[in-house]
Structures are given as structure tokens and as C-alpha cells.
Design a protein. Structure first.
Length: 183
């Protein structure tokens, strides 16, 4: 309510004893708050947010997932670099039909670079993580392979070869699971 009124004040009591007081009673100053600018701002904000939320369209990224095809592809075994991650997080590698050998994560980058440069862009990397392999180890292996890719590309371009990366996720066969348990 806008102030200023004296109609809501209580009537002044008369004091007994003294008739006149030397102090003057302070008059209450009235005040008035103008709500118009605040209402204008509120409505402007309301209309702004209503307008912007209706104008924003959801951004959807279209992903085309290939059909799942179980087809055997013939691969030259001499150019096949296979990485295995066992259930306990231990990493192994093999070339072609060789037996899997243990490999430390710290040596993976240099091994990937070395083999890719040796095969001159013909190497196919097959990654076979165990279903119960730790997720963190699988992510580390993929990160290391991606970091090695920059060095491989740079060195192949220096030789005038265009890089064609060949990489596949492959399911572990039961025989491979048993073979890795024995290592």
C-alpha cells in the first residue's frame, strides 16, 4: 500500500501529569513504491524466456548404426596385430598365428608404432577384450592406440604414404579365453 496516510494511526494518548511536552512529535513521512518498472521488467523477462524456449529446437545427432552381420572376412595373418585384455586387466598381444605374449601398457604405444611402420600401412589391429575386463583398462588401451596414431600418420606421411587405419573389435572365442587363462 502506498503510505502517507494518517488514517491508520492510533489516536494519541494523553499523558497524565504533564500537560505539554517540550518535544515535538515527529511526523511520520509517507513513502510510495512505484511498482511499474518492476512489473515491466518481469513481463519482459517472461516474454523473452517464453519466446526463446519455443524457438530452440532440440539438436539431435543422427547416428547410422550398421546392421549386425556375422560374416567371415579373410585376413592375411602376417599383417594381423591382435590385442587381448584378460578379465584381471592384464594385456597380451600376438602377431598373426603366434602365441599371445604379455605386454605392459607402457610399451603398447611403441609396439603399435613399430609394427605399423614395419608393415607400411598394411597392419590390421584386432582388439579382443574379455567381457569381464576392467572398463578402465579397455579405455586406456584405446587411448594409447589413438595417441600412437598421430605418430604413425606423421612418419608415414614423411615417406609419402597415405594412412589407412584398419581396426576391429572382435569377440574372444572360448578357446582364446582358455589360452589366456594359462598365461
Amino acid at each position: 500500500m502506498a503510505g502517507g496516510g494518517g488514517g491508520l494511526e492510533l489516536p494519541e494518548r494523553q499523558r497524565r501529569g504533564k500537560k505539554h511536552s517540550k518535544r515535538k512529535k515527529k511526523k511520520r513521512l509517507g513513502f510510495r513504491i512505484d511498482m511499474t518498472p518492476m512489473v515491466d521488467i518481469v513481463f519482459l523477462l517472461l516474454t523473452f524466456f517464453m519466446y526463446t524456449t519455443t524457438m530452440v529446437t532440440p539438436q539431435v545427432m543422427e547416428i547410422s548404426v550398421p546392421k549386425e552381420v556375422e560374416e567371415n572376412v579373410e585376413v592375411n595373418q602376417a599383417n594381423l596385430f591382435t590385442l587381448y585384455v584378460r578379465g584381471d586387466g592384464k594385456l597380451f598381444f600376438s602377431m598373426g598365428t603366434d602365441e599371445p605374449q604379455p605386454l605392459a601398457l607402457s610399451d603398447l604405444r611403441s609396439k603399435a608404432v613399430e609394427l605399423n611402420l614395419l608393415r607400411k600401412n598394411k597392419l590390421i589391429t584386432a582388439f579382443k577384450p574379455s567381457p569381464d575386463a576392467p572398463y578402465g583398462v579397455v579405455v586406456q588401451v584405446l587411448d594409447i592406440l589413438n595417441q600412437a596414431e598421430a605418430e604413425i600418420i606423421r612418419q608415414l606421411q614423411a615417406e609419402g604414404i597415405k594412412r589407412e587405419r584398419k581396426f576391429a573389435f572382435v569377440k574372444l572365442s572360448p578357446e582364446e579365453v582358455e589360452k589366456l587363462k594359462g598365461l
